[in-house]
Design a protein around this ligand. Sequence first.
Ligand code: SAH
Ligand code: SF4
Ligand code: F3S
Length: 493
Amino acid sequence: MSKQELISDIDILTEEQQQSEEACGVQVSEEENTGKNRKVYIESYGCQMNFSDSEIVSSIMKREGFDTTSDFSKADVVFLNTCSIREKAEQTVRNRLSQFNKVKEERPEMMIGVLGCMAERLKDKLLEEEKIVDMVVGPDAYRDLPTLIKQVDDGNKAVNVFLSKEETYADISPVRLDSNGVSAFISIMRGCDNMCSFCVVPFTRGRERSRDPHSIVAEAKELFDKGFREVTLLGQNVDSYKWSSEENNKGRLERKARKESDVAIVNFANLIEMVAKISPDLRVRFSTSHPKDITDEVLETMNKYENICNYIHLPAQSGNSRVLKLMNRTYDREWYIDRVDAIRRIIGDDCGISSDMIAGFCTETEEDHQETLTLMDYVKYDFSYMFFYSERPGTLAAKKYEDDIPLKVKKRRLQEIINKQQEHSLERNKKAIGKVHKVLVEGTSKRSDEQLQGRNSENKVIIFPRGNQEKGQYVNVLVNDCTPATLFGEVVD
Ligand code: SAH
Ligand code: SF4
Ligand code: F3S
C-alpha cells in the first residue's frame, strides 16, 4: 500500500477514533506584549513533555528579547515543537509546514524552526526534505537557541540535535503557556531507557535522567505561591525517578569530604511526599507510571496524603503476554493484574486508572486481541488513549517484526477497544453519582459561562452551575448525572 493511501485511510476514521488518535492535540503560544523587539510563535504537538518543553523554549526566547504571539503571520520566528510517536503525528507537521510556506513566500525573513522529536529523528535530513525549514533543534539543545538564531540571521541554516546525558533544564524557570493559572506541569525527568519495541521515544529523547528534587520542590512551591493549586509531575516513566547526591556533579566533587551516610537518594515515593508536603492545598498528580516500576511504596505514599490525587495512568498496551513480550514491555498480563490489584487494595476501588492501548501490533491474533478486551473487563479503566499500531522507522519492532496486520483489521480491533472503553467509562462515572466530590475549580465550562468546571481527585471532569466560587478554590459537589466523559452536579456545603 502506498504512503498516500495509508494517510487517506487514516483520515476516514470515525470521530471517536480521531479523538483517540490525536489524544494530546495541539497547543499554541498566547499573545504577550511587553514591548520586545521580535515575536515568536510556538505551536506544539505530542505529549505533555513536549508542551512543557515549549515553556522552557518560551523562557529562553523571552531572555533573548522575544514576546510570544498567537498569530503566526505576525511572527519573526515560528517554532513547531513536533512529535514522532505515530506516522500521523509527523504528517500533521508536514501539512502545517506547507501552510507556513505560503506566508514565507510573502515574508521571506520569517524564520522557521522545527523543534522536538521529529527534529531529533530526522536531523539535517529535514532541511533537505522541507526546504522552508531554517532551523532543526533537538529536545536537549534548547539552550543553544540564541546561537542558532544568530546563525540563521546571518543567512545560514542551523542544526543542533545533540542528545545529552545530563540536561534537565533544572535552572530554567518555564514561562507558562496556555495556562489556566490553577494547574501546571513540571518535568521531573527526561528521556527513556525502556526500549519498548514499538516506540521512537528512546531515540528522540535519549537516555533517562532525573532532575534535582530540590529544583522540583522549589518550582512547585513558586507555583503554589503564585496561586496555582495543582502540579502534574511529568516523565515517560516517573516510577523509575531516582536522584542521588552522589551522582550529581556537585556531589562528585564533594565526595571526598563526605561520609557515606551523607549520600542522599531520592526515589519517586520520596519525591511525591516532598511535593505533597508543600501544602495540603496543593494537589499532586503525575504521569506516566510504567507497570513494571510502580511500587507498593508509591501507592502507600499516595494513600498517606489526601492531596496526592487518586489517579494513575498505567498504560497496559496489550492484554496478551506473548504480545507484551514482543513489545518488550518487560511485564506480563499477570504482573499487570497484580499491580492493579495492589492499587485497589492499598488505595481502594475509587482510584482512577487509565491506560494506553495499541491495536494490531505485529503478529497479534484475534485471540490475543480478545485478551486485551478481557483485561479491560478486569480493570474497568476510567479512561484510555487508544491507537492502532503505526510502524516507526528505526525501532526494534520495525527491524525485527513484520507489520503484518492489515489496516482494516487494526481499525476494527481499535473500534472494539474504543467501544469497550466507552462502556466502562460510563459504568465508572455512574458509580460517582450520589456522592460528594472535592473539586478544584479550573474555570468556566467550555459549554456555558453559567457553569464552572473542575476535576475531582480521580481526574474526572465535573461541571456544575456557577455560584460565587472562584477559580483555584476547592468546592464540594454532589454529582447527580453523567456521560462517559463528564460528571454533572451541584455545590453543597
Ligand atoms: N512512556 C509512556 C508512553 C509514551 S508514548 C509509557 O510507557 O506508557 C504514548 C503512547 O503512544 C504509548 O503508551 C503507546 O500506547 C502509544 N504509541 C507509542 N508508539 C506507538 C506506535 N508506534 N504506534 C501506535 N501507538 C504508539
Ligand atoms: Fe516509549 Fe516504552 Fe519509554 Fe514509554 S516506556 S516512552 S512506550 S520506550
Ligand atoms: Fe511525541 Fe516525543 Fe512526546 S515522540 S509523544 S513528543 S516524547
